[in-house]
Ligand binder design. Structure first.
Ligand code: FAD
Ligand code: EPU
Length: 342
């Protein structure tokens, strides 16, 4: 039986801590409950918004529809292993970080660099979460998702998902079409450290000293770096990086470099360069700004917009607009917002 709440304040449901109201909210813990919720919304012709931990959403105003908090749990290891890889299927409502820690406790490797990313397993493929040199696509096997119109559950492969940098088919042609119910990962039984990210490599080797580098050690160091750089949402509302790092052509990059010899950028193959959006915003003088609306920029990381307590979605978007304008004027670069705006 569907349990619905009416006129619900979403403040506890988004890490930016924006207070706004959803007409309806329900929590589902099985595929059956999810189908029931979708049927109910379908009959009423209401839009639905699936939510995990709300760590990558910005509510620009009230949500006139049904918010579905995804609480589908479970973790299952497929029998047998192929070439030292095990397939592990996790429910969409599992906490991402707890899942990463569980995998390490089982000696299954591949997720350690993605430790401490907030959110649930079901949201990880939506923007192909990534950090410290690893993206979800690197360990992804397949996912199961429910069609919001028919209630049918389909399996999608990595190819179907069209993963890219902070991107997937769920931000394109399948946007709002599917709700992910579980994700299957292909994890390794042999630990191979992925230490391409300079600071991670330095700190891991320094921490390990003469001892071997383990998956848990890499995870612990990732957590330490993250805690030193990113604000904890319980203390300061935020949604992680607010913008994607922009890609520019080689010509554009070289022109910018003449103008800004100190600019931070990384070659991204295909004649493209990825610029550090945090650096661009920092150069425009936004680091640490705090508007009277409560919207601000984190003082240690200019790519993170924060809520000093009373900001609403419009206040955050106004600040984001000012940042985009300044960066565009000075560098001729368009910043794309990373979280989903509702
Ligand atoms: P939500 O915010 O609840 O949802 C995000 C989007 O996915 C929404 O559009 C929602 O409708 C949709 N969605 C959620 N669940 C489902 C589902 N089951 N089926 C279909 N659609 C669904 N991201 C990174 O990639 N790398 C980082 O290093 C990183 N660091 C962060 C640090 C902080 C402090 C914060 C606050 C965020 C960070 N993020 C990072 C962003 C965020 O953690 C990820 O995008 C995460 O995957 C969001 O999970 P969630 O459960 O909170 O999703
Ligand atoms: N920088 C500045 N000033 C700032 C912020 C950054 O000069 O205020 C410079 C740094 O000095 C560094 C460069 O910009 O040289 C890049 O910074 P950092 O390594 O912190 O990474 P980022 O590009 O800001 C990205 C992801 C993060 C991810 C980290 C680690 C995006 C949009 N963001 O941040 O993901 O955790 O790398 O891999 O790709 C997220 O998506 O929400 C997120 C937090």
């Amino acid at each position: 039986m569907l349990e619905l709440s009416h006129h619900v304040d979403l403040k506890p449901y988004n890490t930016m801590g924006i207070s706004c109201f959803a007409d309806y909210l329900t929590r589902v813990s099985s595929e059956g409950e999810l189908r029931e919720a979708l049927e109910w919304a379908g009959e009423k012709k209401l839009p639905v918004c699936p939510l995990g931990e709300g760590s990558n959403v910005i509510f620009s105003g009230d949500f006139q529809g049904l918010v579905i908090a995804i609480g589908i749990k479970g973790c299952e290891v497929a029998t047998g292993e192929i070439d030292g890889q095990v397939l592990v299927k996790a429910g969409a409502g599992e906490s991402w970080h707890e899942f990463v820690q569980w995998s390490l406790s089982q000696n299954y490797y591949g997720l350690e660099n993605l430790s401490l990313i907030p959110g649930c397993v079901g949201a990880a493929p939506i923007q192909n979460i990534g950090a410290y040199g690893v993206e979800v696509k690197d360990v992804f096997h397949s996912l199961q998702a429910m069609d919001v119109v028919t209630g049918e559950v389909v399996t999608l492969t990595g190819e179907d998902c069209q993963f890219g940098y902070r991107n997937s088919v769920f931000k394109g042609k399948y946007r709002d079409r599917f709700i992910i119910v579980s994700v299957t990962f292909s994890l390794s039984k042999t630990f191979e450290p992925q230490l391409d990210y300079g600071q991670l490599q330095r700190e891991v080797l320094q921490t390990a000293g003469v001892n071997p580098v383990t998956g848990q050690l890499v995870s612990d160091v990732v957590c330490r770096i993250r805690n030193s750089r990113l604000p904890a949402p319980e203390q300061l509302g935020n949604a992680g990086s607010f913008f994607k790092n922009p890609m520019v052509t080689r010509e554009h990059y070289q022109k910018l470099l003449e103008q800004e010899p100190e600019m931070v950028a990384f070659s991204s193959g295909d004649e493209c360069w990825k610029l550090a959006a945090g650096w661009l915003i920092d150069q425009c003088g936004f680091k640490g700004v705090a508007y009277s609306t409560g919207a601000g920029v984190y003082r240690y990381q200019a790519l993170v917009l924060v809520n000093h307590g009373h900001a609403d979605g419009q206040a955050i978007l106004t600040l984001a607009g000012d940042i985009r304008e300044a960066v565009s004027e000075r560098f001729g670069v368009d910043l794309e917002i990373e979280p989903r705006i509702y």
